[in-house]
Design a protein around this ligand. Structure first.
Ligand SMILES: C[S@@+](CC[C@H](N)C(=O)[O-])C[C@H]1O[C@@H](n2cnc3c(N)ncnc32)[C@H](O)[C@@H]1O
Length: 278
């Protein structure tokens, strides 16, 4: 049974969503709130969106809040998304591996800051393994990959690391698939050696980044587009503080940093653009 969202209900839920996960919704996204929250409204015995809002606001367990956030996040992702960042990553890893060899550093820390169902951090892990095999000498235990997301469902899928044919075919070269996945009937299961390299945690980007610790490389891709200008600025500034000197930041192909922060320099190479903290 469908229900039409009113202007006032939309405003209440829009503010609630932005407060709890930073996703900023224009009036032209009324249909999105209506369609994505419709099932939750029915499941929770609510007659309209106002009742759903009131129930979520009164729920001290935050269970309904998490379900609303889950429904409102877009978890679209794929393997080696846009390719270029992973080519650049490979080059950075080889430089960082030299620094490990020369004793200048011990470990490399990489954060996938909105990891969705796992394709991004696992693509990073595979890039590390491939880089080691291609001669960088990098060993998996020398690289720590932390992957976080706000969506419990996306994280559950990431932890499962079993992908159906549609998901597996999105961006994953067949030779990489055959090296790192095992076919199990209708799904492809990621090998334990790749899974082991990634630590998955639930985290809201509105929260302090200090539990993550200092990082050399951050992938914060295709998530900032959902946030307000103010929140983007805040995230870029906090990421600059989290990155080690000369640390690197990868954002989405359609995202830009220049108007939000002067704490980074742009690196442009044949694979595309990424940023280096000053
Ligand atoms: C479109 S996906 C991008 C996934 C991946 N980074 C990529 O580029 O393929 C956006 C992800 O951001 C997550 N997200 C949205 N708001 C967030 C927040 N406030 N904190 C952490 N993650 C958030 C969503 O749950 C979703 O999984």
């Amino acid at each position: 049974m469908g229900s039409v969202i009113t202007d006032q209900e939309f405003q209440l839920l829009r503010d609630y969503i932005e407060k709890h996960c930073g996703i900023s919704l224009d009036r032209n996204k009324m249909y999105l709130v209506e369609s994505r929250l419709n099932t939750l409204m029915i499941e929770n015995g609510c007659d309209n969106y106002n009742a759903l809002y009131r129930k979520a606001s009164a729920d001290t367990t935050n269970g309904l809040r998490d379900k609303i956030i889950d429904a409102m996040t877009t978890n679209e992702t794929l393997w080696f998304r846009d390719n270029g960042p992973y080519q650049s990553l490979k080059e950075l890893l080889s430089t960082l591996a030299d620094e490990i060899r020369s004793g200048k550093r011990q470990k490399i820390r990489i954060w996938s800051a909105a990891c969705s169902t796992g394709q991004e951090p696992y693509s990073i892990a595979v890039t590390v393994l491939e880089s080691g095999q291609a001669g960088s000498g990098l060993r998996p235990e020398q690289v720590e990959i932390i992957a976080t997301d706000i969506s419990s469902t996306a994280l559950f899928m990431a932890k499962l690391a079993r992908y159906d044919a549609i998901a597996i075919n999105r961006g994953l070269p067949p030779d990489i698939r055959d090296r790192y996945f095992k076919s199990e009937g209708r799904v492809w299961a990621l090998s334990d050696r790749v899974k082991r390299m990634v630590t998955l945690k639930k985290m809201n980007l509105q929260e302090s980044f200090s539990p993550i610790g200092k990082c050399d490389i951050v992938f914060c891709r295709n998530v900032l587009i959902y946030f307000s200008e103010q929140f983007k600025k805040d995230i870029f500034s906090r990421l600059a503080g989290l990155l080690r000197p000369s640390g690197h930041l990868f954002i989405g192909a359609s995202e830009s940093l220049s108007t939000y922060s002067n704490e980074y320099t742009m690196v442009r190479n044949s694979h595309g653009i990424y940023y280096k903290v000053k």
